[in-house]
Design a protein around this ligand. Structure first.
Ligand code: ATP
Length: 321
């Protein structure tokens, strides 16, 4: 018997970007990665991953930045779908659509977010028996930053950043994200970090400052802002020399703290309210120290199913004419 797919059968997942409130870099390990201690916060800048039935594995990227990312094996979401399919012995294919808003190579783990979103969307669509923990474990095989967007909220990441423990956090933080027209490659930033720290190797076991963890539990923006830390700061600035100007402008305009997210070049400025965020965002763009700004709040939940029209039993018999 031949089968047709109902056109409305789809699952859509919304997945957040992250910023790092702390990124403490330790010594290089034997596998080439650095030992990290990082404090992630999921923020309200999202990619949407929509899946629908297909004989093959197909991936499509939409949005202004789509041209930066390939649709095939080079796409982390495509690889995530294939990994889940193989791991759970799924015979069907899937059509993945990525609606991209998270900046590409911006230090906000957009590729990892898409992989996390694809894992959740495909697992739902194929109805595989995978818990959130199972998906996070699969995700960590794709990349160190993949488990966190599944978890969301605030979390401490150790190892390569993939060993997660939820972190206590109070209230909602308002961020102005200064998006850059340039991109930074994470491996290149770490390479520059190694060059810069050559004579003073970092500690074997990095630690997140205790005062930052304490400040987060109080929700006091001034305290949190004063403790933000990124050990990649110098390395990112040396590869993107306009970054210090952007950061200085936000600080002079009165934010409570500024931090390069991950390896950059996105800069996150902490303020007290949506109104302040909008004001600062407008000033930063009018001063031309940011290509575009975005008001985001955090922490927000991890990958979430926002539309669920699953095929019943996956395949539907054709409707008799
Ligand atoms: P991180 O903060 O995790 O180091 P990033 O935010 O700096 O990452 P990404 O946007 O994740 O960077 O992109 C890093 C590289 O991954 C890009 O140069 C891109 O070629 C590749 N990539 C693969 N799949 C995707 C995807 N779905 N979205 C964005 N980039 C992707």
């Amino acid at each position: 018997m031949s089968h047709t797919f109902a056109t409305e059968d789809q699952v859509r997942v919304r997945v957040p970007a992250k910023i790092n409130l702390a990124l403490c870099v330790g010594a290089q390990r034997h596998d080439g990665y650095h030992e990290l201690a990082t404090l992630f916060q999921a923020v309200s800048l999202y990619d949407d991953i929509t899946v629908r039935a297909s004989e093959e594995l197909v991936c499509e990227v939409r949005g202004e930045q789509a041209h930066h990312i390939g649709p095939g094996d080079e796409n982390l979401a495509y690889r995530a779908a294939r990994l889940l399919k193989n791991e759970y012995g799924v015979s069907e294919g899937i059509h993945l659509t990525i609606d991209k808003q998270i900046p590409v190579a911006g230090g906000m783990a957009g590729g990892s977010a898409d992989a996390a979103g694809a894992l959740l969307a495909c697992s739902r669509f194929w109805d595989v028996d995978a818990s959130l923990e199972d998906l996070m474990a699969l995700g960590s095989r794709l990349g160190a930053d993949v488990p966190f967007p599944l978890m969301g909220g605030c979390a401490v990441g150790l190892g390569r950043g993939e060993t997660l423990t939820p972190a206590l956090s109070r209230g909602t933080f308002h961020w102005v994200l200064a998006l850059s027209s340039t991109q930074l490659s994470t491996p290149e930033v770490f390479q520059r970090f190694d060059e810069l720290t050559g004579h003073h190797p970092p500690p074997t076991t990095p630690e997140i400052p205790r005062e930052l963890m304490m400040a987060l539990t109080t929700g006091e923006t001034k305290r949190v802002g004063a403790q933000l830390i990124n050990d990649l700061h110098e390395a990112s600035c040396s590869l993107a020399p306009t970054l210090p100007t952007t950061i200085r402008a936000g600080v002079e305009l009165g934010c409570h703290g500024a931090i390069i997210s991950g390896s950059g070049p996105t800069v996150a400025f902490l303020v007290d309210s949506e109104q302040e965020a909008q004001h600062l965002g407008e000033l930063l763009t009018s001063l031309e120290v940011a290509q575009r700004t975005y008001h985001a709040v955090g922490p927000v939940p991890g990958a979430t199913v926002i539309d669920d029209h699953r095929p019943h039993g996956h395949l539907m018999d054709p409707v008799p004419a």
